[in-house]
Design a protein around this ligand. Sequence first.
Ligand code: NAD
Length: 432
Amino acid sequence: MPSIIRPFDQDVDGHTEWDGPMFKLAQRQFLNAAKVMDLDENVRDRLLFPQRSLMVSFPCRRDEYDEVETVFGYRVQHVLTMGPTKGGIRYHEDVSLGEVSALAMWMTWKCALMELPFGGAKGGIRIDPSKLSRHELQRMTRRFTMEIIDMIGPDRDIPAPDLGTNEQVMAWIMDTYSQQVGHAVPEIVTGKPVVLGGSLGRTEATGRGLIYLVCEAANHLGIDLKHSTAVVQGFGNVGSNAARFLAENGTKIVGVSDVSTGIHNPKGLELNSLHEYLDQHGVLKGFPGGQEVTNSELLELDCDILAPCALQNQISAHNAGRLKCKLLAEGANGPTSLEADQILQDNGVFVLPDILGNAGGVTVSYFEWVQDTQNFTWTLEEINNRLHKIMVGAFQRTLLRSQRDKLDMRTAALIEGIERVAKAKLLRGLFP
Ligand code: NAD
């Protein structure tokens, strides 16, 4: 039958409402995997775009009482088939509908790969949070929560922290939501402070999960972590915890960075001194324990393990050929382009792809939601044991598929996730 819609371009070069380089990357990765796995065309087209997207603009009153700025916020739910949707809230000056939609799509594959009962979502506000006072940040967070309140809910869509947000922001979201419904609803967000129903181990879960996988991958590749070196890009939640757990495994951290600079010391960096310096100065620039390098130089340093844990779009065709690492452990979402993937594969670099690498965060977020909905608390030991089991299980499934079907780890991980979602979609059928 002739199509009732104007057909969109399957090569995703055409323009859509969600346009943007990151969404194109997410779509291209998906279409690649869909082709390899011979995914049903109807399901493929359904999954290529988010199911719900909300874009809001709202006023943010600055501390100077007479100044009001209009800011833009987003919440996108990619797939509603699997259960409530789940995904972080990002505060960054580059946030756009396309970026949030890409992150929501990756959340769908990530949750499915980890066999969690969630679809993917993501949200954010296009601001630089470092330029706002604590009061401004709180007012903006509360107003944003009100703007998206009809879309979120403990059985609908559960936000969590991401780049530029933290447990304090989650506490304000939880409080705003609870004020509206008239009683405390801790399960509306995850990644909140433990006294408000947060889970033990959530703060460090993404970094911890990444290093559980690094241990598995090192074992597979015959790398001895005790005699290895690592470079970590980004020294926020994910990066600083990844560096900590790597160091606990005996790996020497020879380079770290943040938005201000990179720091290199081939003899090894003292992590406690880095934290003390950050506490005092707010940024790494000027840290005396190493030599300053740029963020792009940092990626090309000599090391066994490279962990990009900052932003997307860091490893491209331009620099992929110059990476020296044997293992690329993606803590950040979308750090590597498709063209770079091919170069890394040709050069024999083993990749722990983002949807697997940073899934420890959403896994412990799931534990937090389960504990909150049951009014029950688990010990840190229970949480870490469960996290370890889930991470290692997903790693083994991905590795097995990659070896069996001769695929790179990213495609294998994507197919693991997509297959589960496609199966659920077909079983639920169409309404009406
Ligand atoms: P964060 O805000 O705690 O830390 C981000 C770090 O990156 C900071 O050190 C910042 O200075 C640095 N940075 C910012 N811009 C940079 C630039 N241009 N170059 C180099 N460094 C820069 O954020 P986070 O929560 O650690 O998130 C980092 C990445 O991990 C993001 O891609 C996020 O989507 C992903 N992630 C986070 C979680 C989580 O639980 N927090 C879970 C899954 C994925």
